[in-house]
Ligand binder design. Structure first.
Ligand SMILES: [Zn+2]
Length: 183
């Protein structure tokens, strides 16, 4: 799973960090409380990341629709938030057909990323911090999965990088200046 974070797929027009809430459906394991606190945090953007994490480009139109709609319902029911207009295609795989189907469902903003903390699987804090130093830079979208405990032990060190590099952490809504009244 280590390769996950290095799978930087494409660039997203100078978009700044949306450091949290990027994974729409990945479940947090027992002991990681982030999901619960994140659930209460309505200030974060919640892009639709599909239900079963398929390559959307390999699905039929019906398949793409099902993936996005099932996840939309989950985010509405469980988090009380609307994920549109953002969707994050698994692996960064998208094409004109996928974009058109997504847009018809209200997902007009595909979100790609520049790097990842590489923590979709269990990694050491040392490795996670190496990824953080590598990717946490201005104008970047960096994925943090928070699926496992190590990240919870380096929050202070992550904050130090942000402070030292004078970065501002933004949500997608911040960046696109989307009115909060939508909720
Ligand atoms: Zn993913």
């Amino acid at each position: 799973m280590r390769s996950t974070g290095i799978r930087a797929v494409g660039r997203f027009d100078a978009a700044p960090d949306d450091g949290c809430g990027a994974e729409g459906t990945d479940a947090a394991p027992p002991g990681v409380q982030d999901a619960r606190s994140a659930r209460r945090d309505r200030s974060a953007s919640r892009p639709n990341h599909t239900w079963t994490h398929p390559a959307l480009t390999s699905l039929t139109a019906r398949g793409v629709t099902d993936e996005l709609e099932r996840t939309r319902r989950f985010l509405r029911n469980d988090f009380g938030v609307e994920s549109a207009p953002y969707f994050r295609p698994p692996f960064g795989y998208r094409d004109a057909a996928v974009d058109r189907i997504a847009a018809d469902l209200g997902y007009t903003v595909p979100v790609l990323w520049d790097g990842s903390l590489s923590d979709s699987g269990v990694i050491t804090e040392k490795y996670l911090m190496a990824m953080a130093r590598r990717y946490l830079r201005a104008q970047r979208i960096v994925i943090g999965h928070a699926n496992h405990a190590p990240v919870t032990r380096v929050f202070g060190e992550l904050q130090e990088i942000v402070t030292e590099r004078r970065l501002n952490m933004l949500t997608l809504d911040d960046y696109f200046q989307r009115p909060i009244a939508r909720r």
